[in-house]
Each structure stands twice: as structure tokens, then as C-alpha cells.
Design a protein around this ligand. Structure first.
Ligand code: SAH
Ligand code: SF4
Length: 448
């Protein structure tokens, strides 16, 4: 969602006449779009903002701005005023549509311009956007989050849930399809809450049902899902759809009931496992992934073993694993003060968890060797320009030997999987592309 915000900022800047540069030394304006979800992301951003002072010293006409979730935290603004007076502008997640006016204020004033809205206004439609990727496109459908998981800062930085109207989403996806985008992901902190605040009420299944009929869209993805709101209706719609992909990301966070309760996740281990069973039954070729936090305050060895056991039971294809990070204003941050899991224990548990998950991921990938998959080729491998990188509908990365005489980027090709690693597959193209090349010009935009 942060990257999608960057695309909207880039779109507004393009309309103002700005052009992207690949080297920040050549820039007139640098915007640091921050993430606040974990302490490590914040430290990274603050370090980078500090480094920019040198750039500003070399080029005094350079304008520096800080945006995103960290700007929504009062502590950040105090820090910037004290340690980063070289920053010209601070704005937040709720007023990024005001970027042009804010930049005008920067030109007019000498001191740091700080404009952060505490609460979200109405959804703003028709903002320009400069998409970073030429193959996949992301479309916001709901902003904010009302769940208040006790470890999470997102409800504070992104505000309450606000859904976009179905026609607005349909218009955007139709426009993307006309431009040639075939792989669309609808976005929200909790897409399963989509539509509860609209009149009449609708849900994600209704929206996906509409998007599915748009010509040109071949794959439809959605992220992120909250297990509590992942309805049987949605499972049925996914199972019966030719376009909604069979990658199901269902963040579990912990396998222990006492921890889930204190996380305020509002489901039990048993309810979660029942949901997984229903997904597995209805969508036989699904790929399941998850998010897990280790070292939540008060997590005992027994709680952690419950998480390990859940991973062995579900056998996820992949998992994003995080060490618990205390976040300002959240209830769990207070508990961390009283009952923290010691750092070495947190690290050791994370290592055990990753070890187990990596073995399961590798086994899941090995099962695909010899199978044929449809792969959307996304570009050249970052590490090796002689290799194409693409994805299956289940979001698995597939590397393919590149034939320099043809361009397969942005095309769907049949591929035989020849080898499996923990994080990716290798394959060979075994037939002609099954889709036409996109009519649009590829866009190269550096987003940092
Ligand atoms: N709305 C999504 C994503 C939220 S952030 C969801 O509910 O799944 C992405 C992931 O970051 C979360 O799923 C969680 O695993 C992790 N996360 C969030 N806050 C965290 C914290 N304070 N410490 C460690 N991990 C955290
Ligand atoms: Fe954070 Fe929970 Fe909302 Fe996800 S559902 S954004 S983890 S509060």
C-alpha cells in the first residue's frame, strides 16, 4: 500500500512537470515514503533521512520531504524537528492528494512545512498515478483498518476503514485492462472487510465477481486477508472463478490460543484450522501462505511450539516471519515493558521457525517439478540478465533461460518446471505465448 501511495505521488509530480531520475544526486526533490509497521523499517528510514543532509549541503536548492506512516506518529515529527532540520516538508497518509499545494508552500516558506492530518477525510478519487510496474498493477479498494490487533500500528497510521465504491474500482480496472495490464491485485489492510461501510453493503466476493468480467484481465489477486472475515461465500467465488488466482494468503500470526486472544485476532487456532481445511477442500490447487510473529510479549515455549505445530499441520508454501517489534500507542508495547521475551530467545525461535518453514517450502516446490504451469513473464532477473523471471498464478517465482531473439516480457507462456529451490522454481518454455504483448509502453520509474 505504501508503494501504491508512491505511485500516486509520482503521478501528481509528473503532472507538475517533474521527471524521475535514477540518481538522487540529480534530483530537485526527494520524498522518503516511510513504513512504520516494525522498528527496523523506521530505523532504516531515519538513517536514510539523516544521510540526505549531505546531499542537501551539496545542492541547497534540493527539496526534501518525509511522507507515509511514520509521519503520522507525533514522535517522528519531534525527531525531525530536532535532528533533521534539513527536511523541508512532512506530510502524512491522509493528505497525500495535497502534494502539489504542499510543494507550493515549501517554495513560499523558509521553515519546515508540517501538515499531517490526524484523521482520514473522504476517499479521494481520480488522482493521477505513475505505475512503477509495467506488468502488474495494484488497485486500492479499502483504506485503513478497524481491527486493532494489539501489536499493530496500522489502525493509528492509516485510520478507520473506508471502502471505494464498486463503480470507481471497476472504472480503474477497466482503464488498466485497456492499457494492457493483465495481472491485477486489489489492495487493502483487510480486503475481507471491503464494502461493509458502503450503502448498500457489498463484500469482496461481490467486487471480485464484477472485476472478473472485465475483458483483458487474466489474473485477479487480492491482499491482505484477515482470517476472521474470510467467508465461505468468498471461498466459493474463488473456487468457481477462472481469473481469481488460487494463492490464498491468510496471516495466522500465532498458533497459540492465549497469544491469539491477547493479539486480539478474534479467532482461535481451531477456527483458523477449520478455515484452512475448507480452503483446501474447495480449492485443491491452492497455494497457502501466511505471516507469523514470534516473541509476542509473554510468549512461552509452549505457545511457540503451538505455532510450530500449526505450521507442520497446514504446510504453507511460504511464510513471512517477524520478530515482535513494540509499536508506540499499542497495548502490546506496554506488555513488552512488563513481560518481554528476551532478545536471544526471540532470535532463536525465529531461526527454528524459518528452518522448519524453509524445509516445507522446498518440499512444496519440489512437488511441482515435471509439472506444466502457465507463467506470466515479468522481466529479467535482477541477478542475471540472461534469465527471465515470472510468476505462476499462485505467485511462485519461476526463472527461465532467456532466448535473446524473442521478447516474452508481459506474456503468458506454458512452462515445464525443471528444478525447485526454497524460494523459486526453474523451468523451460515449452510452447508459444498464450497472450498478446501489451499495447502499452513499458514504464521505468525508480521508486526507492
Ligand atoms: N493488514 C495485514 C498486514 C499488516 S502488516 C494483516 O493483517 O495481515 C504485515 C505483517 O506485519 C502482519 O501480518 C504481521 O505479521 C507483521 N506485523 C505487524 N505489526 C508487527 C509488529 N509490531 N511486530 C512484528 N510484526 C508485525
Ligand atoms: Fe494490523 Fe491487524 Fe489491521 Fe492487519 S488486521 S493491519 S495486523 S490491526
Amino acid at each position: 500500500m505504501n508503494e501504491r501511495d508512491s505511485e500516486i505521488m509520482a503521478g501528481q509530480l509528473r503532472e507538475m512537470g517533474y521527471r524521475p531520475v535514477t540518481d538522487e544526486k540529480a534530483a530537485n526533490l526527494v520524498i522518503v515514503n516511510t513504513c512504520a509497521v516494525r522498528g527496523s523499517a523506521e530505523e532504516h528510514a531515519l538513517g536514510y533521512i539523516g544521510q540526505l543532509k549531505q546531499l542537501k549541503d551539496q545542492n541547497p536548492s534540493l527539496k526534501l520531504a518525509v511522507a507515509g506512516c511514520m509521519s503520522q506518529e507525533p514522535g517522528t515529527i519531534a525527531w525531525l524537528r530536532k535532528y533533521a532540520s534539513h527536511v523541508d516538508l512532512v506530510f502524512g497518509t491522509h493528505n497525500l492528494h495535497e502534494l502539489p499545494q504542499l510543494l507550493d508552500q515549501v517554495e513560499e516558506r523558509d521553515e519546515m512545512v508540517v501538515d499531517v492530518w490526524k484523521t482520514a477525510g473522504d476517499v479521494v478519487e481520480h488522482l493521477p498515478s505513475q505505475r512503477a510496474d509495467g506488468v502488474k498493477a495494484f488497485v486500492n479498494i479499502i483504506y485503513g483498518c478497524d481491527k486493532f490487533c494489539t501489536y499493530c500500528i496500522v489502525p493509528f497510521t492509516r485510520g478507520k476503514e473506508r471502502s471505494r465504491e464498486i463503480p470507481a474500482v471497476v472504472d480503474e480496472v477497466e482503464a488498466l485492462a485497456r492499457e494492457g495490464y493483465q495481472d491485477i491485485t486489489v489492495l487493502g489492510q483487510n480486503v475481507n472487510s471491503y464494502g461493509h461501510d458502503l450503502n448498500p453493503q457489498v463484500d469482496l466476493a461481490d467486487l471480485l465477481g464484477k472485476l472478473e468480467h472485465i475483458d483483458g484481465v487474466r489474473w485477479l489477486r487480492y491482499t491482505t486477508s484477515h482470517p476472521r472475515d474470510f467467508s465461505q461465500k468468498l471461498i466459493n467465488v474463488i473456487a468457481g472463478s477462472k481469473k481469481i488466482t488460487h494463492h490464498v494468503h491468510l496471516p495466522v500470526q500465532s498458533g497459540s490460543n492465549p497469544i491469539l486472544k491477547r493479539m486480539n485476532r478474534k479467532y482461535t487456532r481451531e477456527q483458523y484450522l477449520d478455515l484452512i481445511e475448507r480452503v483446501k477442500d474447495s480449492i485443491p490447487d491452492r497455494v497457502l501462505t501466511t505471516d507469523i510473529i514470534v516473541g509476542f510479549p509473554g510468549e512461552t515455549e509452549e505457545d511457540f511450539e503451538q505455532t510450530m505445530d500449526l505450521i507442520r499441520t497446514v504446510k504453507y508454501d511460504a511464510a513471512f516471519t517477524f520478530i515482535y517489534s513494540p509499536r508506540e500507542k499499542t497495548p502490546a508495547a506496554r506488555w513488552e515493558g512488563r513481560d518481554p521475551v528476551p532478545n536471544p530467545v526471540k532470535k532463536e525461535r525465529l531461526n527454528r521457525l524459518m528452518d522448519l518453514q524453509y524445509r516445507i517450502s522446498l518440499m512444496a516446490n519440489q512437488e511441482l517439478v515435471g509439472h506444466t504451469e502457465l507463467v506470466l513473464v515479468e522481466g529479467l532477473s535482477k541477478k542475471n540478465p540472461n534469465v527471465w523471471a515470472g510468476r505462476t498464478h499462485t505467485n511462485k517465482v519461476v526463472l527461465l533461460d532467456r532466448d535473446p531473439h524473442i521478447d516474452l516480457i508481459d506474456r503468458f507462456v506454458p512452462v515445464r518446471i525443471t528444478a525447485a529451490k526454497t524460494f523459486y522454481l526453474a523451468g523451460e518454455v515449452i510452447g508459444a505465448p498464450v497472450s498478446d504483448p501489451s499495447p502499452r509502453r513499458r514504464i521505468e520509474l525508480p521508486l526507492m
